[in-house]
Design a protein around this ligand. Sequence first.
Ligand code: NAD
Length: 474
Amino acid sequence: MTATIDPTMTSISTPDPSPAAVLGRLRATFDSGRTRPIEWRKEQLRGLDRLLVESEAELLEALRLDLGKPSLEGFITDIAFVRAEIADTLRHLDRWLAPTRAKVPVKQQPGTARIHRDPLGAVLIIGPWNYPIQLVLAPLVGAIAGGNTAVVKPSEVAEHSSRALARLVPRYLDPDAFAIVEGGVEETTALLHERWDHIFYTGNGTVGRVVMAAAARHLTPVTLELGGKSPVIVDRSANLDVAARRIAWGKFLNAGQTCIAPDYVLVDRTVEAPLLARMADAVRSFYGPDPAASPDYGRIVNQRHFDRLSALADGDGAGEAVFGGTRDASMRYYAPTALRGTDPSAPIMQEEIFGPILPTIAVDDLDASIDYVNAHDKPLALYVFAEDAAASTRVVEATSSGGVCVNATLFHITVPGLPFGGVGESGMGAYHGRASFETFTHRKSVLTRPTKLDPSVAYPPYTGIKGKLLRKLL
Ligand code: NAD
């Protein structure tokens, strides 16, 4: 925050950094109308884009320090991803913002009806640590496009990324409209105490409940981007070479610390062995014989998560390692690992793994996979591999999840036209592309009637002929 010299005093004063003061500043900006013109919004979006281009090296270094993130991976998932969101928004914002017409039925004529997209006001964006730049800046794109002011609270767990954003954002965006507030539970709790016009939270469901309870005090709407166990279903008709590669890629990217990473595999038992063998080949071809030495393989974010993963893999019923299984706490390295013979009642099958361990459960047929998925919380993502289109269609139609990929993992998140979000335990609301704009705006209905005609039949007293006429008309 920049220091200002108050001419009436001899000392240097800094703006009050309390949540109430930050929010007050943002509200004053919003109330002034500054955020409404489309040109201002586009200018902020271009500023955010410049930040990503000019500070790429600094951001990638922060990601490396936080997550051991390979530079190209960070570029793809955190830099290019947000830039694509910005480009898509800049391309379509005029159209999204234009009021749309609604039909006025003959009985309600004359009049015109339009739906305006109103900014919400001051919004709060709370992010997690696993894609610490993408997961706060992508929602921010929607908040800007919607004409809002915003406070962004990055995760303290990815401290280098948080610090980089706090340093860079005020240089590129209007500091009276956007603020980065750093901190952990205490600071977030203080922010949640305030009255926001929308809260956009990404993280685990336990904290999601805290956020929603805090929002309820002010009747503030929330978007909750949560997680859960995203299953992969491998049908006997699957192209096993491709399935193995795509599952391994989706699982071991960011060392498995991806909200939509394949969490476990339900595989038709007739193809279990060849699938696992091909997956071992894929992992070897991606990361070499020793993934610890690969520049393309990430690390576990901290010791707490490393210990959590170790306990899950060592827990009863986790199954035997088909490949991987090794780990080194000193480097927070956990090898890409697949398990077979996992017991559905094992601890590893009770919570989101969020790391590079992939349990597999062999099933007799597609129905068994569908039944398993439907007996558990609705996942954020579901993946089905099948060459038999009837099989994949059945899975899509018989299950509920935030999103689905057929013969792919993770890729649905890259299509701006696809709303991204969960359902049930995996969250509520959605964003990306137009869905972000919709999340951060209110659909305001505006009816305009001419005043030339104003027949008295519409007004009380509804006696005699008037009453009869109205009954006929309505
Ligand atoms: P985290 O620990 O960084 O927490 C998320 C945010 O909540 C942080 O900003 C943190 O400061 C704040 N927070 C933590 N405890 C709090 C409390 N008691 N009160 C108020 N705020 C609090 O991240 P995490 O929750 O470990 O993230 C991982 C989870 O997020 C996984 O479940 C993953 O699936 C999910 N996730 C979902 C998405 C998605 O897009 N749906 C994306 C990434 C991660």
